[in-house]
Design a protein around this ligand. Structure first.
Ligand SMILES: *Cc1c(COP(=O)(O)O)cnc(C)c1O
Length: 364
């Protein structure tokens, strides 16, 4: 096995800094005040990063990957006499449907093209439906790399007074966002995407006034968001079950590095710059992007496989040179993806571009 550190050009988990990995070299006890203070500090910093008023919002941490967070919200806040509308334009919208099916959460789904933003003119009539109480959608659809218009969608949801549930897994910390302004009810993200932490923790922002009413809804014990929230609040940073202590330490370090490097606005600019450099190099070698530029998210780009191109050979070549690319996820397109988030240095991008030249000039 080649165990060299790889540059992960994927949507997460992604390349983390050495100092983030080093933060995990210390073991902590979960019932100790030092650890609980750390948890509270991280929760508070997360609220600040989201521009979320502490009196209005709470940030609940849940063990597991991002999907655990989405499943926790969908199963904990929609009652049996209510109905959540899923607005889907990708695999992660479809996953919300799978969650609702498995847990028998009342839902309906409206599906749209995966190549474009959710069409505002079409979704309004769906959101307006009398039987709908909650609306769930994905902000940055990682499937094709589409960024949905969260501001306009939130405005529609408010117009019809529904509860909003946003999967912001691959968008949170990729671009400036204010929960106070967007007035989102539930927003889910993860430690291992644009926050540049390690996998193992879902982060759930929730409006206290709504979550306070969600006792006893969740049919699952470990995914019960209300119970997790209560324990975390009353226990001053306690988790109900074993907490991923190392993941939390890494997250604290990652957030510190985010702030030191200029915060989310600077990270957004950096992502755009890396994405642009890679895209220009790819276009030079005859690739085409799948998603129109106006709908493109700043985290991952889908490229169509051109005539005679074999992605598995291309993947292996880059893997041998310590870069991991990402396969496509769209059933009807022969395509693959290149992510541009994580701790990617300018030198990593330079070398990627050189390898690309070498692949087409020498290898193929
Ligand atoms: C990564 C991601 C998730 C969560 O996936 P996990 O494999 O559970 O971490 C959910 N939604 C979107 C849009 C994502 O990009």
């Amino acid at each position: 096995m080649n165990t060299a550190q790889k540059v992960l050009l994927t949507p997460g988990p992604l390349t983390t800094s050495k100092s983030v990995k080093e933060a995990m070299l210390i073991d902590m006890g979960t019932r100790d005040s030092e650890y609980q203070n750390l948890v509270q500090e991280v929760r508070q910093t997360l609220l600040q990063l989201a521009n979320a008023n502490e009196a209005v919002y709470t940030c609940v941490l849940l063990q597991g990957s991002g999907t655990y967070g989405v499943e926790s919200v969908l199963t904990s806040v929609v009652k049996q006499n209510e109905k959540v509308l899923i607005l889907s334009n990708g695999a992660y919208g479809e996953r919300m449907e799978q969650i609702c099916k498995a847990a028998k959460v009342p839902y309906d789904i409206a599906s749209y093209s995966m190549l474009y933003q959710l069409p505002l003119s079409e979704i309004e009539a769906q959101i307006a439906r009398k039987d709908i109480t909650h609306v769930a959608y994905v902000h940055s659809e990682t499937t094709a790399g589409v960024l949905n218009d969260i501001k306009s969608i939130q405005e529609l949801i408010h117009r019809y007074q529904k509860i909003s549930i946003v999967d912001a897994m691959s968008s949170f910390a990729s671009l400036p966002m204010s929960l106070d302004e967007l007035d989102v009810d539930y927003l889910i993200t993860s430690a291992n995407k644009c926050l540049h932490g390690v996998p193992g923790l879902a982060l759930i922002y929730a409006k206290r006034s709504h979550l306070d009413q969600c006792e006893g809804i969740c049919p699952s014990l470990s995914l019960d968001l209300y119970a997790q929230y209560q324990t975390m609040e009353k226990g001053n940073g306690s988790f109900r079950f074993t907490s991923p202590t190392h993941v939390l330490r890494a997250l604290k370090q990652a957030i510190g590095e985010l702030t030191e490097s200029g915060g989310i606005a600077a990270r957004y600019e950096r992502y755009l710059m890396i994405q642009k450099r890679i895209r220009e190099a790819m276009l030079k070698h005859g690739f085409e992007t799948l998603v129109p530029y106006s709908d493109q998210s700043p985290v991952i780009t889908t490229y169509l496989c051109k005539e005679g191109f074999v992605f598995s050979d291309f993947y292996d070549y880059f893997k041998d040179n310590d870069y991991l690319l990402y396969s496509g996820k769209l059933p009807q397109y022969d395509a693959f993806r290149i992510g541009n988030i994580g701790e990617i240095s300018d030198a990593d991008v330079d070398r990627f571009i050189k390898l690309l030249e070498a692949y087409f000039n020498e290898v193929k």
